[in-house]
Design a protein around this ligand. Structure first.
Ligand code: AHM
Ligand code: MG
Length: 350
């Protein structure tokens, strides 16, 4: 017990630390995909993340908040920080040399890079440079999402997108960076999920969340309920079911919606819960993009023991047809995703 005036001791740190780079290097021997080139690729992404982080942290002080004045391929006004994040990722990947194809939310077409490089290992990377970027104007959380695929040794350059567009099950790795109250780099190579927190004093991501598992008792649901009237009646019924008190415990799931997928996903991954962006009248295919939003998060959530679905199909099994294709998304704790699927099939409880 502590008196009112006594401050309870706070444990200083979890020592000894392992840095993201050390962790990646240690994995090299253990996994077929973790070669030197692959390790360098992850390192390049983490360097870009640190630079993006630096810009976000000072955004209110520099002239980098607000819109650029251009519209991206999604028809959305580009934010200055969208453009900065995109540029830093592209720069890091060009410099590193392991990535041969970039597909970005901010670019209409894929960008071939490092085509003349003598390398057997060629990777394609799809990313959302700054997810939830409308949040930057109000000092709320945002994120970066990435998805990595192997490219074959030989391919016809004109058809590179055809070989790069593969189902999510083929991802070599996937991850995200959450720029929240602290900055975290979370990724999977298909052997569990690990999270690293940036220590700004030494400029390193340190392993803080080893082997993340999504809790089996969900705490949160996340959806833009302003669209309620646009939802299918079966989804409305599911939402009503989510709001009920647990008849045994009296507990009720809480609602949280930040408006930045990375942040909502990250919180639900740690607390247990479900994030939903369904089809609506305005967005009949949903809003989120398969290649750089749904697929990478689907791999992560499955690796953490959760599930990701369109409402009727497993996200990772979808055969992509377009870089920017959209997909309805129900992602999080397996029990809640399966319940959503049941309601959408018309098999929910009354
Ligand atoms: P963005 O990638 O252009 O930022 O769009 C995706 C974002 C998600 O991060 C967020 O969950 C969603 O759009 C919010 O959309 P809405 O305002 O319709 O709820
Ligand atoms: Mg996004």
């Amino acid at each position: 017990m502590h008196s009112d005036h006594e401050i309870p001791p706070i444990s200083n740190a979890i020592e000894p630390f392992i840095t993201l780079e050390q962790f990646i290097l240690e994995q090299e021997d253990r996994f077929p995909h973790s070669t030197g080139a692959f390790s360098r690729l992850l390192r390049d992404l983490s360097v870009a993340a640190k630079i993006i982080n630096r810009n976000i942290r000072r955004a209110g002080l520099l002239d980098i908040v607000g819109e650029v004045g251009t519209v991206n391929v999604q028809g959305e006004m580009q934010k200055k920080l969208d453009v900065i994040a995109e540029r830093e990722l592209e720069r890091a990947l060009r410099k590193g040399g392991e990535c041969c194809l970039i597909g970005s939310e901010e670019q209409p077409e894929t960008i071939p890079i490092n085509q003349n490089r003598e390398t057997k290992e060629r990777y394609a990377i799809f990313f959302d440079p700054l997810d939830g970027s409308s949040n930057t104007d109000v000092n709320a959380s945002v994120g970066t999402i990435f998805s990595i695929y192997h490219l074959p040794e030989e391919y016809e350059p004109a058809h590179v997108l055809d070989v790069a567009l593969q189902p999510g099950t083929q991802q070599v790795a996937a991850g995200y960076v959450a720029y929240g109250s602290s900055t975290m780099f979370v990724y999977t190579t298909g052997d569990g999920v690990n999270g690293f927190t940036l220590d700004p004093s030494i400029g390193e991501f340190l392993l803080s969340h080893p082997n993340v598992r999504i809790p089996s008792t969900p705490q949160m649901y996340s959806i833009n309920e302003a669209d309620f009237d646009d939802f299918d009646a079966s989804l409305q019924a599911y939402l009503r079911w989510l709001k009920r008190r647990n008849p045994e415990t009296g507990a009720r799931i809480r609602s949280r919606y930040i408006g930045a997928f990375v942040s909502d996903f990250h919180r639900n991954l740690l607390t247990g819960g479900i994030y939903m962006y369904p089809a609506t009248a305005a967005s009949p295919e949903g809003k989120l993009r398969l290649m750089y939003e749904a697929n990478p998060m689907a791999l992560i959530v499955e690796q953490a023991g959760g599930a990701a679905s369109t409402g009727s199909k497993r996200i990772l099994d979808l055969a992509p047809t377009d870089l920017h294709q959209r997909v309805p998304l129900f992602i999080g704790s397996r029990s809640l995703v399966e319940k959503a699927e049941a309601f959408l099939r018309g098999e929910g409880e009354a």
